[in-house]
Design a binder for this molecule. Structure first.
Ligand SMILES: [Zn+2]
Length: 415
């Protein structure tokens, strides 16, 4: 049984392996980042990071409070673990008591902890209009050609900002006969170059879908995409079949160039402003932006859950989530208001949307297997633990976002 650890090399390898399993890449990153912050703060107070004592707990709490952080617990926990690692014993009862009291002090009066950063698609529904000539040809030409189009389509396809800005017209296939539209997207955020996940939506307009014009103001993925592509062709006087047209950004700037990340975030906020949705929230005296780059991705997940009643595993599958991070967003979905696009989804729809063309028993089995797998995964990790972790990370990102808003990586990591 123990032949594998008979040699020194064998023992080291076994230890490495079990240590890798002990900490997932994600928890390792979080842990490193917490420790880094702890050390930085202690340096500002001119103290070594260890050992952990009552005074240092107070210093950390004061710094977090001054930086308008909402939670101190992850930092205290990280420092406590470091103390145990180094000294092989827990910090004394006075330190543990200080941790409890200061953790509460930091949280006191910081208001609701949830990041309300999703637009409700049904709330902007009435404002999804094609841009006017004035909007198209005046103002900053580096801004999005059609902000509402970007938000609506980004939500339906649950895109990350970088995926939407990098998309080209050629990545989308419009099938006018079937009134479906397919968009080729990266399968995961770690593989953003390879477009290997095709996600299809059909027209959600209902009975009278013969006229595209009649539905221009509605939140229909097919018709909004159709309008978006026609708009680009019209504004830049291009032929739908031209290679140059197919290479156009799917969400160009008013001058036809690739949209910058910052401009894509401004586009999201512009849509909210138009729909009369407040785009900032005030914590104490600090004004924070509510909508970040991942707003369409989160909005989409919430829309599918609350309005279209999709199950979590479908949203995860459709939105190309490699983890159950999506669970938090779905759980936070506000109570749904009816939408013109409300429609349940059948297993046949899923096959079509995921481009599963062989509608036989095998496909059903495959989907059921994924469903089972996710259900098991959910039990194992505990839904609450994931939610807690995601919320802690969110709070951290929120407070970090404050001094340098629109930091791509900080926000990007979570989605
Ligand atoms: Zn439609």
């Amino acid at each position: 049984m123990f032949t594998a650890i008979a040699t020194k090399e064998g023992r080291e390898q076994a230890l490495d392996e079990v240590n890798t399993l002990r900490e997932t890449a994600n928890s390792k990153r979080t842990s490193e980042s917490l420790w880094h912050t702890w050390c930085e703060v202690m340096q500002s107070w001119d103290r070594p990071p260890m050992p952990l004592d009552v005074e240092k707990v107070g210093f950390m709490a004061a710094s977090l409070r001054a930086g308008r952080y909402r939670s101190a617990e992850p930092y205290f926990n990280r420092a406590r673990i470091e103390h145990i690692r180094r000294f092989d014993k827990s910090p004394g009862p006075a330190v543990l008591d200080a941790i409890r009291q200061y953790a509460r002090a930091v949280e006191r009066g910081t208001g609701p902890s949830r990041l309300k950063d999703a637009l409700q698609l049904q709330e902007i529904e009435d404002y999804i209009e094609l841009p006017t000539a004035t909007e198209l040809y005046t103002g900053d030409m580096q801004e999005a050609l059609w902000p509402a189009g970007l938000v609506v389509l980004g939500s339906w396809w649950m895109t990350r900002s970088i995926e939407a800005t990098a998309a080209r017209v050629r990545h989308v296939t419009v099938n006018e006969a079937k009134t479906t539209v397919a968009w080729c997207l990266p399968a995961s955020k770690t593989d953003t170059k390879a477009l290997s996940a095709t996600r299809t939506h059909r027209c959600h307009c209902g009975a009278d879908q013969s006229s595209a014009q009649a539905h221009r103001h509605k939140n229909c993925p097919y018709h909004v995409m159709y309008d978006n592509i026609q708009l680009i062709a019209k504004v830049f006087s291009m032929n739908l079949q031209d290679e140059a047209f197919l290479d156009m950004p799917l969400f160009p700037t008013k001058s036809g160039l690739v949209l910058s990340h910052a401009a894509s975030v401004r586009a999201i906020r512009a849509v909210a402003v138009k729909a009369g949705i407040p785009t900032t929230r005030t914590i104490d005296t600090t004004v924070l932006e509510k909508f970040g780059e991942h707003a369409p991705r989160v909005s989409g997940a919430q829309f599918f859950a609350a309005v279209l009643s999709w199950e979590l595993y479908l949203i995860q599958l459709y939105g190309r989530w490699g983890s159950l991070a999506v669970a938090r967003y779905v759980q936070d979905a506000p109570l749904a208001r009816a939408s013109s696009a409300s429609k349940g989804v059948s297993i046949e729809d899923v096959m079509e949307m995921l481009k599963l063309t062989n509608p036989d028993e095998d496909i059903r089995k495959e989907i059921n297997a994924i469903k089972r797998q996710l259900a098991e995964q959910r039990d194992e990790i505990s839904f609450q633990a994931i939610t807690d972790k995601a919320q802690a990370e969110t709070r951290l990102a929120l407070t970090r976002q404050q001094p340098r808003d629109e930091t791509h990586e900080a926000n990007h990591r979570r989605c």
